[in-house]
Design a protein around this ligand. Structure first.
Ligand SMILES: N[C@@H](CCC(=O)N[C@@H](CS)C(=O)NCC(=O)O)C(=O)O
Length: 207
């Protein structure tokens, strides 16, 4: 199977972590939106990465669907709880983390426009989503070891990818100084091998 993604995409990183945790072999095709749009659009009409191209010709997107497919493929390191309540809780937390990433991507894209065309209102609206999302995750985590139930799951992968994407693209937020439970959680979970080996090169530590 082939994974088509940009290395800095938090959504693509989620899938690289899932593949590493589940020890599934794949071919990585690096494609950047804005530079490799024709290639990306040939797989996904939305022109977004990540995309997973299966050996039987099927193509899967978006990242949440890919992650669920990979979890179904291999029993190693089950990432989607099978019981309904923890499964919905894990998916909801993963959706919240993805939504924060969507807002962070929107801020970055707005800030890349010529300054005269940028809308501060649009930036503030996305920024507020990020802050509300982080506050919700902080209170959801409390003293817990994992976001969903008593095991590492897709929720944890989504949250870690989101936190490290904020460090990479919006370091001025300094989320770690405002959310101590998330900061401690990140220190601990960020030491997993699959997370270390997929970390963007600009980020060499979890500090
Ligand atoms: N919901 C999608 C989001 C994917 C996404 O927004 N990817 C970004 C890169 S981080 C992208 O490809 N953007 C290009 C575009 O929106 O045209 C997923 O989970 O896969």
């Amino acid at each position: 199977m082939k994974l088509i993604t940009a290395l800095h995409s938090p959504f693509g990183r989620k899938i690289r972590i899932v593949l590493a945790e589940k020890k599934i072999d794949f071919e990585l095709i690096i494609a950047k939106p804005g530079e490799d749009d024709a290639l990306i659009q040939s797989y996904n009409p939305l022109g977004k990465v990540p995309v997973l191209a299966l050996d039987d010709g099927r193509v899967i997107y978006d990242s949440s669907v890919i992650a669920e497919h990979l979890d179904y493929l291999s029993p190693v390191c089950k990432l989607f709880p099978s019981d309904q309540r923890p499964m919905i809780s894990a998916k909801r937390t993963a959706a919240l983390a993805d939504g924060i990433c969507d807002a962070a991507v929107a801020v970055v894209m707005e800030q890349r426009r010529p300054s005269a065309l940028q809308s501060q209102d649009a930036i503030n609206r996305q920024h507020d989503k990020i802050i509300r999302g982080l506050a919700a995750l902080e209170s959801q985590l409390e003293e817990k070891r994992w976001f969903s139930g008593d095991a590492y799951s897709i929720a944890d992968i989504g949250v870690i990818c989101m936190l490290e994407y904020l460090d990479l693209r919006l370091p001025q937020l300094q989320w770690a100084t405002h959310y101590p439970a998330l900061q401690q959680y990140h220190q601990r979970v960020g030491e997993r091998a699959a997370i270390i080996e997929t970390r963007p090169v600009e980020m060499t530590s979890v500090a």
